[in-house]
Design a protein around this ligand. Sequence first.
Ligand code: GUN
Ligand code: ZN
Length: 437
Amino acid sequence: MTATLIRGRTLSFKRAPASLEDTDAYAYETDGALLVENGLILASGAYEAVKAQAPEDVAEIDHRPHLILPGLIDTHLHFPQMQVIGSYAANLLEWLNTYTFPEECRFVETAHAERIATHFFDEMIRHGTTTAVAYCSVHKSSADAFFAEALRRNMRMVAGKVMMDRNAPQGLLDTPQMGYDETRAVIEQWHGKGRNHVAITPRFAITSTPEQMSAAQVLVREFPDLHVQTHLSENRDEIDFTCSLYPDAADYTDVYARYGLLGPKTLFGHCIHLSEREMDAMSETGSIAVHCPTSNLFLGSGLFPLKKLVGREKPVRVSVATDIGGGSSYSMLRTMDEAYKIQQLQGERLNPFESFYYMTLGNAEALSLEDKIGTLEPGTDADFIVLNMAATPAMALKAEVVTSLVDELFLLQTMGDDRAITETYVAGVSAKAGLAG
Ligand code: GUN
Ligand code: ZN
């Protein structure tokens, strides 16, 4: 593949910004460029300096005046819930039983899973999400459909076959042995193939018997480098039900701790109602609390204490995610708009640099993948997006009075969605042009 020079304003984080004034936390070039070849970023920085490193006859794509950012990362969503989004339910457990479980039963059909996988990856690209961490359904074939499509698109994806063996319709249950065997088969077939990562995925304690939790523990011991994903402390009724199913556990977090599931590769979706003891346990193990703002508001689950978690003496690692289809938007921009409001309601501020850090490098760090994604550093994957702060008439009007980078980011977060994503590059290749619709 020949090298390409991509020009525009570039923004990439180096670490979490401590404040709005913390300009050392990021690199911003008003006339910047990326040199990409063979799916990687070879050089990045000021346009003239990067051009000097490029071959004489390099192809050049000019995105000025738009902003180039690392591809967005979504650390929690459900691939079989694309037709669950926008379902009218009072709370989590009603939503699961009435809409979500019946819909996931349809993924026993390979043709259905393959059709939805195509739509899933189209939406990711449309919304500028180049890496996502997905739950498939309980059916191994759903994971096969997901990873086959990820491979075709050459996208870096993390996903797992859900393990669940109780408290759901018969068509959605495996057994401890099946969950173990099929997860192993998915790992052997897909992990490390192309850019695929397999995650060990017990859905949550309510839908796994103690025997299945033990099977998940064996998998974690056998494959210690793999990601683990599950749900924790999303809803008060869910917490009470969980504690009744595991009466020996000190609390919800302790259920997972007893099966060795806490750790630096474990992503716990939601974590809204944790006690100080649970936060300490999360912190001591390096576990990640995944904030899903649109979902938490949509299902009325509660207000995620982001600033409290990251600011406490024993900080908890945090990432951000859409949680489709409990979440109501595929857009990480819409997601961070809601995250901002959730902090406002708790008397806290989430500044635009923090938001854009979380969507990119922050989420990459949460996945321990910052050497590959979430940044524009040379040597990393050439997954990046082009953002237009004047994408709609209303945004263009507001953009007339925007005079700083921070104002631009805040406008993108407050009013932006897929229309603000001008282009999505996957491994150095423009991916938006080929989309249907
Ligand atoms: N807890 C267990 N399963 C799910 C799910 O699919 N979505 C959400 N939001 N919470 C869950
Ligand atoms: Zn979820």
